[in-house]
Design a binder for this molecule. Structure first.
Ligand code: SF4
Ligand code: SF4
Length: 316
């Protein structure tokens, strides 16, 4: 397994980062034990970096995996908090749920531009205070927007960026992959730590799995790449791919990917429109009370499901 320093943070991470969204309640909804088993396998195979978020609901899975293995991976989490009070609640929840007194990386979730960064600054200042006390290791943003990466170039306090990166630019809300690449190269040159997300465009690019992996592995500005994993077979295959990318053809021949996933809306949808406001990809639309899904735009993040008051949305 290749390990890289995450920019100037001093944090050493495996290039393969375990993305904990997919196994959690927003998607596969594995039990805590089943999810922990996947993480344990990844940790035992050399992965030392886990990406999660308050929204993902996977703190218990990570905690159990740490208890079972005795290993302490680098953990990155995120929150939507924009006030100091809410930021404190998010950090308290992360530490209590994970059973830790320190978290390695904490990010402002889904930043869009300099304006949203400014809007969350009260929360960010709290994270900076905790960083000064040693409770947080490094701070930053996650984003689907080129504008947010560009904005981070002018904010020295932002040390880590978690941008969407895939060969087709699927899920980038305001530009192309070339523009995103230019922005992350500039961030890398400034010493910021960068780890990508959604190399398969949320599943939309699974038909060209090999090209997708080769594309992100070829971006030297990506110190790590988060991959969502939902089975032991996937964990082992991804570790093999990252360990021996020159054998990618053989590894993939022996692997049967899971059926392509999609977002589904249940018949009890009440047409309230909350999910359409929540989707930053503009993949949802309400027409005469009926919810329409644009599967081309959907990156299967599952975030809309968290906003539905009647639990009518599911990714499977
Ligand atoms: S429709 Fe839902 S799952 Fe698809 S991109 Fe939008 S928020 Fe994510
Ligand atoms: S939030 Fe739920 S109930 Fe409201 S429109 Fe979306 S799926 Fe339907």
């Amino acid at each position: 397994m290749e390990y890289n320093l995450l920019g100037n943070t001093g944090i050493l991470v495996s290039r393969l980062c375990f993305g904990a969204l997919v196994m959690g309640p927003l998607q596969k909804n594995l039990s805590i034990e089943a999810g922990a088993e996947l993480i344990e396998e990844a940790l035992m195979l050399g992965v030392n970096f886990i990406d999660t978020a308050e929204l993902y609901g996977t703190y218990p899975h990570i905690r159990l995996a740490m208890e079972h293995t005795g290993l302490r991976p680098v953990i990155a989490s995120k929150s939507y908090a924009y006030t100091r009070e809410d930021a404190k609640k998010s950090i308290d929840k992360a530490l209590t749920s994970l059973g830790l007194d320190r978290i390695d990386i904490f990010l402002m979730h889904e930043q869009e531009s300099e304006h949203t960064i400014r809007g969350h600054w009260d929360a960010f200042e709290y994270y900076l205070e905790l960083k000064a006390q040693g409770v947080i290791g490094a701070v930053g943003i996650s984003t689907h927007h080129v504008a947010a990466v560009r904005a981070a170039l002018n904010v020295p306090e932002i040390e880590v960026i978690h941008p969407i990166t895939n060969k087709s630019g699927i899920g980038i809300c305001d530009g192309t992959m070339d523009e995103m690449r230019e922005a992350i190269d500039a961030a890398n040159a400034l010493g910021k730590g960068i780890y990508g997300m959604k190399p398969f465009g949320g599943g939309n690019l699974l038909h060209s799995f090999k090209d997708c992996i080769e594309y992100v592995l070829g971006i030297s500005s990506l110190h790590a790449i988060a991959l969502g994993m939902q089975s032991l077979e996937e964990v082992r295959m991804n570790v093999s791919l990252f360990n021996t990318p020159d054998k990618m053809g053989e590894i993939l021949q022996a692997y049967t990917p899971e059926n392509k996933k999609a977002l589904h809306v249940d018949f009890w949808c009440e047409g309230c429109g909350k999910c359409t406001e929540r989707c930053k990809q503009r993949a949802l639309d309400l027409k005469e009370g009926k919810l329409l899904i644009s599967h081309e735009r959907c990156v299967l993040c599952g975030y809309c499901a968290s906003s539905c008051p009647v639990f009518a949305l599911k990714v499977y």
